[in-house]
Every structure is written in C-alpha cells, then in structure tokens.
Design a protein around this ligand. Structure first.
Ligand code: FPP
Ligand code: ZN
Length: 433
C-alpha cells in the first residue's frame, strides 16, 4: 500500500498536475463486491462534491424564499440601457477582443425582452462600431487593428442583423471578401480554423462559419465539403458532441455548435439523435432544475440556451421532449435573477454579465415559446429553410413572459433573421438575373 500511494501521488503531481490530495480507502478482500465499492464512492468528498452541495444549497434557498417569481423585464432592460449609455470601466479591458460579442449580447438581449427596444440611435452606433473594425465591410476581428476571427465575425454579423439595415448598413458588407476568407480557413478534415495562421479548429468555428454563410446566402458545396463528416465524428460515446473528433469530452457549448451546424446542413438524420436526446436529459437534475454543460459539472444559466436549443432542434426532428422545460423556467426565474442587481446571472451568488443575460434570456424564450413548423404539401424544403424563409408558416405559442420568438439555430429573433436573410437572398437573385 505505501508503495502504491506514493506512486499515485507521483502520477498526480508530476503527470496530471492535480492539486487535490489523493484519498485512499483500504478495502478488505471479502468486502470487494460491487455494493461496498459503491458506498465508498458515495463517502468520498472532493472539491467537486463540495462545490456541488454549496450550489445546491444556494438554489434551494432561492426555491424556498420566493413564490412564483416573474421575469423582471423592466429591471433587466435598465441593465442593457445602462451599458449602452456608459463607457465600459477599465476592468473590462479583458474583453477588448470581444467587442462585436458585447454588441450582439446586449442588442440581442434587448430584442428578446422588447422587440422595439433598440432605438435607431443605438442601431446606428452599433453599425458604426462594426464598420470601424472593418471599413472594408468584413471579415471582422474583435476590435480595430485585430485579425479577423470566426467568432468575432459571427458576432458582428449577428449584431448587424439586429439593426434593420439602418443607414443601408447591410449593403456595406463585402460578401466576396467574407466568402474568400471563410474558404481560406477551411481545413482538409472539414472544419475551419478560427483565424488565419494561428487559430484553433473545433465545432465552434464550423458553426460560426456556417451560420454567417447561410444568413448571407454564400453557402456553396465547396464551403460545405467534408463539414458533415467532421461534425458526425465529434459525437462521442456519451451521446453529446466534443469540440473535436473521436471521443473528445461531450460539452453543451460544442454540442450546440455541432447540432445547429448539422441543422443548417439539413443532416441531423446522420447522427444518433436518441443518444443525443438522452445526453441532453442527463444535463438536467431534479434538484437544481437547470442544466449543466457536461458530466459532473455545476448547473449554469447559459446552458439554458446551449442545451435548450439543442433539445428544441431535436424536437423539430421528431424526438420526444427530452428536457423538463417547466423545471428549467423555475431555475431561470428563481436562480438567474436577483432583486438586488439587474441583468441575468449564471447561478445564485454570481454577478450578472452580458453573456449570461443574453443566453439565459434566449433559453427562457425558447423554453416558453414552442415553435412548430409545418411544411406545405409537396414542399421539399427542410424545416430550417421553412423557418428562415417563411416564419409565418411556423406557429409560436406565446410565452408567459411575452418574450420575442427566437430561432434556436441562430440565437436570433425569428423576424430579424427572416428580414436579414431575405435581404441577401433578394440581392443574390437580382445580381444573378
Ligand atoms: C457561437 C459560439 C462560439 C459558441 C460557443 C459555445 C461554447 C463552446 C460555449 C461554452 C462556454 C463555456 C461556459 C465554457 C466553460 O467551460 P467551463 O469548463 O468553464 O464550464 P463547465 O464547468 O460548465 O464545463
Ligand atoms: Zn455560463
């Protein structure tokens, strides 16, 4: 035993870099049956179990303390208006490479809360800021003088989609430059590098590339070549998707990127949807009620969108409801907002931020606003196409919080997405005629 303990300590310290102490329990030979081992497992206390119990206690405090809370819409709207009308404090300089993200998160949160909430003045300022980053009309980096990046380019295009073509800003986009840049990032295995030369490759990049290309009407067979196969290879034994191929750990964020991309490619039927649905349902626990992003991790409000939209897309494709939307709504209303500070948060006791405000609101909008798509007879359009091209043929059940209807694939309001993509479809057909 002393030998094996010191060997374990050596492996942990030098090979795995773990800081936690190793706990060793001696099991007598006659006790070595399944049950004894199970009970030892339950008794082990680790940083993970301590953190889990602390979070659960904080959630329970919220569930005990309030009676049927509602979404405090005016309060959260104040949060967004406040950030649109003040300079960012110096401690937010860490977000310097995420400027288009901040525009998208804030503008989108406002639209979800109130479809008329963005003033023309704010829309003009958003467009001005986006085109200051790339006066050539894209592709876009995270700020002035920064290299174009798939994630910031995605956020910049989404932010512009929320601006109703103010000042003709949609026509300033350089579709040719964006398309050629996307093609230059393509890799032989079907995914995309996030940035020329130094970028990483995973399902996030694929989603950012396909989302933008499909909205701008610049999807081509060349752009999509090998993408489906790459995405399919990211589904692992758990049923969810990792960021990379072949058994990378399944994670809510990467799973959303894969499933939304496969949905854009109308290729959902090429994956194991039942296993994915089961994995999604395993992300939700009866106790906390919200979703976690991966096995044995903590509940977090942003997965209300990453997992919630994955579940919605699966439902469109005939899977039974695999998450408990009522429980999720409770988590959001009880645990992701506080009466002390406006904005939405990850979990009780954390601070609200732009990212969580957007994704918690999107998660609530999707959970409350079921969208059913009915294809017309003889119509060979995919459900995704129907929703983008003819949102009026989708039925929306009004949400109790009266939130704007959201397209789960794009994380944008159905109406704005329709107007934006229609603009580019018309442009394309008038150029080719
Ligand atoms: C459109 C686009 C680019 C989407 C990105 C989606 C994505 C990958 C989201 C994951 C974000 C996240 C909270 C990671 C945290 O990992 P963690 O280890 O801190 O959190 P965990 O403990 O919840 O896993
Ligand atoms: Zn989060």
């Amino acid at each position: 035993m002393p030998n094996s303990l010191s060997r374990l300590k050596f492996i942990n310290k030098n090979l795995l870099g773990r800081k936690r102490p190793t706990i060793i329990s001696v099991v007598k030979d006659e006790e070595k049956d399944q049950e004894t081992i199970m009970s030892i497992m339950k008794e082990v206390e680790t940083d993970t179990t301590i953190a889990y119990n602390e979070v659960l206690e904080k959630c329970n405090e919220q569930y005990r303390s309030k009676v049927n809370p509602v979404l405090n819409k005016d309060f959260h709207q104040m949060y967004i208006e406040g950030w649109f009308s003040h300079d960012l404090p110096p401690q937010m300089s860490a977000l310097d490479a995420s400027q288009p993200w901040m525009l998208y998160w804030l503008a989108n949160s406002m639209k979800v809360l109130n479809k008329n909430g963005l003033t023309d003045e704010i829309k003009e300022r958003i467009a001005e800021k986006v085109f200051a980053i790339s006066p050539q009309g894209g592709p876009f980096g995270g700020g002035v003088g920064q290299l174009p990046h798939l994630a910031s380019n995605y956020a910049a295009i989404n932010a512009l989609a929320l601006c109703d073509n103010i000042g003709g800003c949609w026509d300033k986009l350089n579709l040719k430059a964006i398309y050629e840049w996307l093609m230059s990032l393509k890799q032989v295995d079907g995914c995309f590098k996030t940035c020329s030369g130094i970028g990483e490759t995973d399902t996030r990049g694929v989603y950012c590339a396909l989302s933008v290309a499909s909205m701008l009407g610049i999807m081509t067979p060349e752009l999509c070549e090998g993408v489906e196969d790459f995405l399919i290879s990211c589904q692992n034994y758990e049923g969810g998707f990792g960021g990379c191929a072949h058994e990378d750990e399944a994670h809510g964020g990467y799973t959303f990127c894969a499933i939304a991309s496969l949905s854009i490619l109308a290729a959902i039927d090429r994956i194991d949807t039942s296993k994915l649905a089961l994995w999604c349902s395993q992300r939700q626990d009866n106790a906390e009620k919200g979703f976690c992003g991966r096995s044995n991790k903590l509940v977090d409000g942003c997965y209300s969108f990453w997992i919630g939209s994955t579940a919605s897309i699966l439902e469109w494709h005939g899977c039974a409801e695999c998450v408990n939307k009522e429980a999720l709504k409770e988590y959001i209303l009880y645990c992701c907002q506080s009466s002390k500070r406006p904005g939405l948060q990850d979990k009780p006791g954390t601070n609200p931020d732009f990212y969580h405000t957007n994704y918690v609101l999107l998660g609530l909008a999707i959970a409350e606003n079921a969208v059913f798509i009915t294809s017309k007879e003889g119509d060979n359009k995919s459900k995704e196409q129907v929703l983008i091209e003819e949102p009026s043929s989708a039925t929306h059940f009004n949400s109790p919080s009266c939130l704007t209807a959201i397209n789960p694939i794009y994380g944008l309001p159905v109406e704005e997405l329709f107007n934006f993509s229609t603009h580019f479809r018309h442009k394309k057909s008038s150029c080719s005629s």
